[in-house]
Design a binder for this molecule. Sequence first.
Ligand SMILES: [Zn+2]
Length: 306
Amino acid sequence: MKKFKKLFDVNNFRKILFRIFVGIIAFSLIGYIFSLIFPRKNNPSAYPDTTPAVDKLTYWSDKNGTVAKDIEFIRDSDYKCEFIEEYFQYGLLPKITKISNNGWNLLLLNKNNILPTNYEVNLKQITGTSIRLESPVVDAFNSMYFDATKVGLALTPYSGYRTFESQRRLFENKIYALEVEAASEYANGGSYDAQGNYIEPVRKDIKTIVNEAASYVCTPGCSDHNAGLSIDIVSQNDDFEQSEEYKWLCQNAHNYGFVLRYPSDKEKITGMHFQPYCWRFVGINAAKEMKEKNLCLEEYLSSVLK
Ligand SMILES: [Zn+2]
């Protein structure tokens, strides 16, 4: 009973509180000193290994097909980095593109060449839309648009200049879509080849998916749209490749300084899947030469301008 009373004695209770307090302070100090001696490695600019920072494979285990809906693109919270640095770990390591004397219109942006974040664009709006491009590109587009209307075609602008952030959103949406697709393919089980042999479903890892996404949508800072140099054009026809507008562009766009940025026969060189709607301004001289020699921008810049 005495002991019990002692425990609730005010002075003694204060002592206990004080000891707990000192204990917490001492623990925190030890932890702090420890963290100074052994700092956590979370520097993404060093060349990271290829293992995903987040275990993305957990959702694969469910074969009921419903999991795909709930996938989130989770990030390692320690991975505090901007734009492209997030994808270093998956092997996407672009160098800052050279701002050369070739002119702003011959800027090379692709998987290996990224725009510096301080690159300045001089944007102008396409009248009647919210779409903006480098100022001279708008003028070139307007005259191309006007001439197309003379033959009854409407080159409807769909997308022009994009910030790094909006490019990042597009890219991540593509990653998400591919993840969902891969997860549901896996959940649906394997397939059979022509001989009737069962093929096990393939587990795609996140590195494969991110790289696949990068062949459909440019990584942030690596798109011509980030420099206001490309315009995506759509038409009434859902399949733009089959539209009259696409045919007209193929025959005439070079006269206004535009080229098809990702042609179907240059996928290996551009690293991108064919995009019939994506037209890049390079200037009339370059466009005509590229058209004449059937060169994509990568080929033109590496051969002709050397
Ligand atoms: Zn485009």
